[in-house]
Design a protein around this ligand. Sequence first.
Ligand code: HEC
Length: 117
Amino acid sequence: MKIRMFGIGVLAMSTLLAYPLQAQQSEGQAMYREECKSCHGINGTPPARERAKYKKLRTLGDSGFVSALSVDSIVTILTNGIDKNMKSFSSKLTTAEMRQVATYVKELAAKLEARKK
Ligand code: HEC
């Protein structure tokens, strides 16, 4: 009986812990689709039109492009912007939102890299 209660407790706890993680991921995804997709593509591969326009734009799965960056350094990039092609997002997203979208971008990059192997 004691063991069973413990099992239920663990189950309830892991459900509670998993919920905010999932919610965060879908918020990151929604922000990515709103703010980043037009240039970086829905799955991290930029549409040909965008690639023709921005010579330096690579897929998020190109090694070192994103997977080598930490969430914090992506947040710094988003805060400061890179150049006139990718401007600062600090007027559009809060730091917390940048963290969520950065986490999502790293997930997209990991998926693209896994597909290449
Ligand atoms: C208007 C087009 C555009 C939008 C919108 C855009 N980007 Fe970019 N991004 C670029 C380009 C172009 C580059 C390549 C560097 C360059 O040419 O300046 C880039 C580079 C990056 C890099 C790599 C930095 C490096 O130099 O290694 C990251 C990370 C990134 N973008 C994330 C994002 C995220 C996250 C969003 C949405 C919040 C976003 N971008 C929105 C155009 C865009």
